[in-house]
Design a protein around this ligand. Structure first.
Ligand code: ATR
Length: 277
């Protein structure tokens, strides 16, 4: 009698030691009693294709992809979901029969699910969203906000050209404002999102003036080290609803885990605690 294969998954990036995904998926595998494994893999760019072609033969059912490979892996995919095409990057690969690779991007999904979970009263239609930053993370955030029906995304980035490029890709609902003007856009926003690395431990503080924050607004930060960033602390003091960035990491992991291991995992306090270990 043939034994079923133990399903393997993991996360590919470089560096990878800091990744919380192995803690998270390991927690779910134990919680649901699944005989699988999820491991961190530090892979150099030059080895990326060879590694991806080899993993299915070793029993891998898929992998997450993180910095700096999210864009590059698109070239090795046999099929790409619409949302990954729109974002221009993939964070979740599913290996199918004979090793064919399906590339998906669940970052926007993770962002919006985390927002809806942490701020259940937020409505996309309620007003403009101010997005700070125009890097890879901002692309996922903006695609999900536009998809959710936000009337306007006010986008501000230190390097204006990058924001203009996002506007070219995502269309007329994006309005670009200069980085020095970002503070003046705060007061009219229904939602403020920081997608820059500012405010992260070891990085400079977010320099955008925040005196426009007021009750009724929702403020979220993709930075989750520390869990309460300077932006979130200021927002809490101003009476805003705040949503921390750890949840996005948890929610973006759900579709991959479900596809690879066949169980849709729950996100609860134990899940958060596991990812913070
Ligand atoms: P990610 O994939 O996490 O979005 P990224 O593509 O490197 O990472 O983007 C980092 C974001 O943080 C960018 O919006 C970057 O602004 P630039 O496009 O001008 O580089 C922003 N950022 C990083 N350091 C910054 C700083 N000191 N001041 C203002 N913005 C900063």
């Amino acid at each position: 009698m043939t034994q079923p294969r133990i399903p393997l998954a993991g996360v590919i990036g470089s560096p990878i030691a800091h990744s919380r995904s192995p803690l998270l998926h390991g927690h779910w595998l134990r919680t649901y009693g699944i005989r699988g494994h999820y491991i961190p893999m530090d892979v150099h760019e030059n080895d990326l294709e060879r590694v991806l072609r080899t993993l299915p033969a070793m029993g891998f059912v898929g992998v997450n992809v993180t910095v700096p490979h999210k864009e590059k892996v698109m070239a090795f995919a046999d099929q790409i979901t619409d949302r990954a095409i729109l974002i221009g990057a993939a964070n979740t690969l599913i290996f199918r029969n004979a090793g064919s690779i399906l590339a998906d991007n669940t970052d926007g999904y993770g962002f919006i699910e985390n927002l809806r979970s942490g701020a259940p009263d937020w409505r996309a239609e309620s007003g403009p969203a101010l997005v700070l930053g125009a890097g890879g993370a901002a692309r996922a955030v903006i695609s999900s906000l536009v998809d959710a029906g936000v009337p306007e995304v006010v986008l501000s980035n230190r390097t204006r050209l990058r924001a203009e490029r996002l506007k070219a890709d995502f269309g007329h609902r994006i309005r670009v404002v200069d980085w020095v003007q970002a503070g003046s856009a705060v007061k009219d926003a229904a939602l403020v999102v920081n997608t820059t690395s500012l405010g992260m431990s070891g990085q400079p503080a977010l320099s955008v003036p925040l005196d426009g924050l007021h009750p009724g607004m929702v403020v979220t930060d993709l930075v989750y080290t520390p869990l309460e960033t300077g932006l979130l602390a200021a927002a809490r003091k101003a009476g805003c609803t705040t949503v921390d960035g750890l949840g996005m990491l948890l929610f973006q992991a759900v579709p991959g885990f479900e596809r690879w291991f066949g169980t849709r995992p729950e996100i609860d306090e134990a899940t958060r605690a596991a990812a913070l270990k």
